[in-house]
Structure formats: structure tokens, C-alpha cells
Design a protein around this ligand. Structure first.
Ligand code: NDP
Length: 330
């Protein structure tokens, strides 16, 4: 049996990865950083023989021992907050240093297969491409660009560090999965920041919709891609954008409004000047002002071809997220 160590196993995406691994007869070693994470996973998978390790991206403790008996590293852990911190290093340091800790410990223990969760955020802000051009896996976000957010820089620098590491250690086989915005049903009520915007739209907290598009994908497909990549040699050395579709946000809010007509969901776009003005008072809109006037589309068609699956349609994922939130009373 192949043993897979999943970092950040308590995360929204990683819980689906753990489920997918167990369903495909892998042995799972779940890395968490707190008892809370451990309790959540035990509650979700009461019959599974999960083993646990406690690892912090910012601390050396435990990494060397964690890889005993491990065959594959799935590195998902990275900070994913709903609002940007004042100091970008709060995201960049754990993302980059944590990736290096994970790769170095895996390499020292003889682990040769690694699947890393990167992001479309590491792709779409490439200064060498016209702003309205569609991105592909060949594009790289400029981590120092004037409209590059701290989170986008953190994902870009962490993924770069991983590719640099395997260039020095070619015996390591790396695949990266680069999801767009991830939607779909959470496994439990602890689901990080992923559904933040859907929650904001459902609760009527936003006056209108930013005029921007975004790549998106279902969490179940993201999990499937991580697990299918493990034994698929054709994925080695490549980045796989996980993108089921690219939609203007207003088209997604219209889908939400159709499903929940009684909620105060905005279905009109805010003119860009008004968005900039409103974002002075509504901090969650601030990030969107960076993305105005840019095509955020990323091509994600390679993954289904190489890994043999069909994406769940994006509108279906968005509806599934909303259904979960509404059932939770949001
Ligand atoms: P979550 O916030 O749910 O998961 C993040 C995980 O990382 C959690 O398990 C968290 O642990 C862990 N983590 C954060 N900081 C540390 C640290 N210092 N030490 C150890 N563990 C840490 O987010 P997602 O599941 O959405 O994100 C998972 C991955 O997917 C991330 O790499 C993210 O960048 C990437 N991604 C996410 C997208 C999305 O839309 N959700 C889109 C593209 C990429 P704890 O539970 O203890 O906080």
C-alpha cells in the first residue's frame, strides 16, 4: 500500500483529498498543526486508519520524523486568509519556507513523488503577457508587480521554490495542481476562506458585483486531480491549472439569485469608479480593485485529457457551495 503524507490535512481542499485517497486505497498520514484539525479529521473519517503528525510550516520540529514510511508527499498547506495582512511576509514566509521544509524533509527521507497545491494566482499576473490575454500553464505571475497581492506573491514564490528545488534534485518527481477559485460543498463546517465571497453575496453584504472574471473549479475535481497525478507519469514535471470554467462574477451571482430568490444577492455590476470608491469602506472589495481591467482566464483543459475525468460545471459547484451555506443558516 502506498502511504501519502498530506500537509494541511485540516483544510477545505485537503479534507476532500484525504477522502479521495482513502476511497482509492491509499494509506494516509495527515499532517495538522493542532488538536482541532486532528479532531475534525477523526470525526469525518471515524473508520479510517489515519495516522497523524503535527507540523507547522514555520517550525522545524517534527519534519524529519514525519516522513518515516511515507512514499508520496501531497503538500497543500499554505495560509489562505480572506483578507490580506498588512505585512505580505505573513503569507510569503510560511508559503515559501513551509514548501522548502516539506521538500527537504521528503527528499532526505527518500520520498521521490510530490504533488504540490499551487494556484492560478501563480499564473495569471504575468507581466510579459497583455493584460487581456488568456493565461496558460506557461505564464508566471510577477511576484513584485504593482497589482500582485500578497497571497498571489506567496503562491508564486512557493511554487517557484519547489521547481528550483527539483531542478537541483532531478530524482524528485514534482507535479503542481494550480486551482482557480475553489467552490463546491465543504466536508464539514470548518472550510477556511474559500466560500467567503459566496457567503458575502448570499448575506447581501455587498452593494454590487465587481466587473471581473475569474477561473473556478469544484473542490471534488481538485482533490481528484491531486490523487490521479500520483501514479500518472505523464503529469511529472508539469503544472496543471484546475479550471472548470471562467465566468464574470455577475453571471455567478445571477445563478445564486435564481437558486435563492429570497436572498439579497446583488445581480448588477458596480462601475469600476464606484467599486474603487466603495472599497474604501468595504475592505473585502479592495482586492478586487487590483484585478479590474485584466483577463483572469487560465486554460485548464489539459488536466481532464491527461488525468481522464470531466470537470463538474462551475455553476453547479457554486450552487453546491450556496446550498451548503444556506443549510448552515447563512
Ligand atoms: P484552508 O485555509 O482551508 O487550508 C489551508 C491549510 O493550511 C489548513 O490546513 C491550515 O491549517 C494549513 N496551514 C496554514 N498555515 C499553516 C502553518 N503555518 N503551518 C501548518 N499548516 C498551516 O484553505 P484551502 O483548503 O482552500 O487551501 C489549500 C491549498 O489550496 C492552499 O495551498 C491554497 O493556497 C490552495 N488554493 C486554494 C484555493 C481556493 O480557492 N480555496 C485556490 C487555489 C489554491 P489550520 O487548519 O490549522 O489553519
Amino acid at each position: 500500500m502506498t502511504t501519502v503524507l498530506v500537509t494541511g490535512a485540516s483544510g477545505f481542499i485537503a479534507k476532500h483529498i484525504v477522502r479521495e485517497l482513502l476511497e482509492n486505497d491509499y494509506t494516509v498520514c495527515a499532517s495538522v498543526r493542532s488538536q482541532r484539525g486532528r479532531d475534525q479529521l477523526t470525526a469525518l473519517f471515524p473508520d479510517a486508519q489515519l495516522t497523524f503528525v503535527t507540523l507547522d510550516l514555520m517550525k522545524d520540529d517534527g519534519w524529519a520524523e514525519a516522513f518515516e514510511g511515507v512514499d508520496v508527499l501531497l503538500h497543500t498547506a499554505s495560509p489562505f486568509p480572506s483578507e490580506a495582512p498588512t505585512d505580505p511576509e505573513e503569507l510569503i514566509r510560511p508559503a515559501v519556507d513551509g514548501t522548502m521544509r516539506a521538500l527537504q524533509a521528503a527528499h532526505s527521507a527518500g520520498v521521490r513523488r510530490v504533488v504540490l497545491t499551487s494556484s492560478c494566482a501563480a499564473i495569471y499576473k504575468d507581466k510579459t503577457k497583455p493584460k487581456m490575454a488568456i493565461s496558460t500553464r506557461d505564464n508566471w505571475t510577477d511576484p513584485t508587480g504593482p497589482d500582485t497581492a500578497a497571497y498571489e506573491a506567496s503562491k508564486t514564490l512557493a511554487e517557484r521554490a519547489a521547481w528550483d528545488f527539483v531542478a537541483l534534485h532531478p530524482e524528485m518527481k514534482l507535479t503542481t495542481i494550480n486551482p482557480g477559485g475553489v467552490f463546491g460543498p465543504p466536508m464539514d463546517e470548518h472550510f477556511g476562506a474559500s466560500l467567503f465571497y459566496i457567503e458575502q453575496f448570499l448575506s447581501g453584504g455587498l452593494p454590487g458585483v465587481p466587473h471581473m472574471n475569474a477561473p473556478g473549479v469544484d473542490v471534488r475535481d481538485v482533490a481528484r486531480m491531486h490523487v490521479r497525478a500520483i501514479d500518472n507519469e505523464a503529469t511529472v514535471g508539469l503544472r496543471f491549472p484546475a479550471v472548470a470554467g471562467v465566468e464574470y462574477l455577475v453571471d455567478l451571482t445571477k445563478t445564486l439569485k435564481e437558486a435563492y430568490p429570497d436572498h439579497k444577492i446583488p445581480t448588477r455590476e458596480l462601475p469600476s469608479w464606484l467599486l474603487r470608491f466603495t472599497s474604501l469602506f468595504i475592505p473585502v472589495l479592495r482586492a478586487a480593485t487590483n484585478d479590474l481591467g485584466r483577463n483572469m482566464a487560465v486554460v485548464g483543459t489539459d488536466a481532464p485529457e491527461v488525468m481522464g475525468f470531466e470537470y463538474i460545471p462551475l455553476h453547479e459547484s457554486v450552487r453546491a457551495s450556496a446550498q451548503f451555506l444556506v443549510e448552515q443558516g447563512k
